[in-house]
Design a protein around this ligand. Structure first.
Ligand code: PMP
Length: 287
């Protein structure tokens, strides 16, 4: 049996102090635990280089503001906290998880008295989707909500309740992950990564107006354009996706991962996907 995360060894940065992993605790009456008031980041470190640290910490700060929980730390202070955590844990390759959540000063719905608690943990984490031979997606019954229904641009824990349920549904049906549509029926993303399709040599990807505009998504768009590949951001209907030449997903954990099946339709891992996997590996210093 693998150890649960609270049983690992190492050090976690918590509200300015480096505390032993097993002692990095919060109270059960923390507001964030009850009402979903948390924001977080996922960052990778490759060969001792943290990929796009500043962009991730800026997004953490903006996400916190979006949910009405401004952080007291500056971006520089948060970047230093991440660097200290990586160093203290002797990590050169792995994953970094900063998290901020509402404290326990108040427990009604209102949280104006609540502090923002902040922590940074880091640990080794290899490929999210295994060997790289592609993932399978199952169309979920769960939809991405409208931006006036949920704080869709923030990376907030509250949004992930549905993503976790969609992921469970996919696993239960024998797939790797869930393909989610948005509230209008357009293609959105998977449970923790953005989606691209390749059609006649060009990339097409949904406009991120009700889901996370991933840092990997933006990186891949830049890499593609620099390589002379046309990139079109537009609305995509599910039927059209099924006629794609290639499909792949992008995310900090997922990196660039080919999709080989959606429901009953299969897809090849094509040259454009392979080229972007290669360019992303170069960009992140993996090769
Ligand atoms: N969408 C969701 C729901 C995610 O959880 C993630 C992972 N953070 C992404 C997209 C991709 O974002 P990024 O490339 O910034 O990791």
């Amino acid at each position: 049996m693998t150890l649960s995360f609270d049983q690992l060894d190492g050090w976690i940065w918590m509200n300015g102090d480096m505390v032993e992993w097993k002692n990095a605790k919060t109270h059960v009456l923390s507001h964030g635990l009850h009402y979903g008031g948390s924001v977080f980041e996922g960052i990778r470190i490759y060969n001792g280089q943290i990929f796009k640290l500043r962009e991730h910490m800026e997004r953490l700060i903006v996400s916190a503001e979006m949910i009405g929980m401004p952080l007291s730390q500056s971006c520089d202070e948060l970047c230093i906290a991440v660097n200290e955590t990586v160093e203290k844990n002797n990590l050169t390759d792995g994953y970094i998880r900063p998290l901020a959540w509402r404290g326990a000063e108040e427990l009604g719905i209102g949280a104006t008295m609540c502090s923002a608690q902040v922590m940074v943990a880091a640990w080794p984490w290899g490929k999210y989707f295994g060997a790289g031979d592609g993932i399978t997606l199952c169309t979920s019954k769960w939809k991405k909500p409208a931006p006036d229904t949920a704080v869709t641009a923030a990376k907030t824990g509250a949004l992930y309740v549905v993503n976790t349920m969609a992921k469970h549904e996919a696993i239960h049906n024998g797939f790797s992950d869930a393909l989610m549509m948005d509230y209008r029926g357009y293609v959105a993303e998977i449970s923790a990564a953005n989606l691209f399709m390749v059609k006649d040599g060009a990339l097409h990807t949904p406009i991120p107006d009700c889901f996370l505009n991933g840092i990997t998504r933006l990186t891949v768009i830049d890499l593609a354009r620099a390589a002379g590949i046309e990139v079109v951001e537009r609305r995509i209907m599910p039927d059209e996706l099924m006629t794609a030449d290639e499909i792949f997903v992008t995310g900090t954990l997922a990196e660039v991962t080919p999709v080989v099946k959606i429901d009953e339709t299969t897809f090849e891992i094509g040259d454009t996907t392979r080229q972007l996997i290669n360019l992303y590996q170069q960009e992140t210093g993996q090769i």
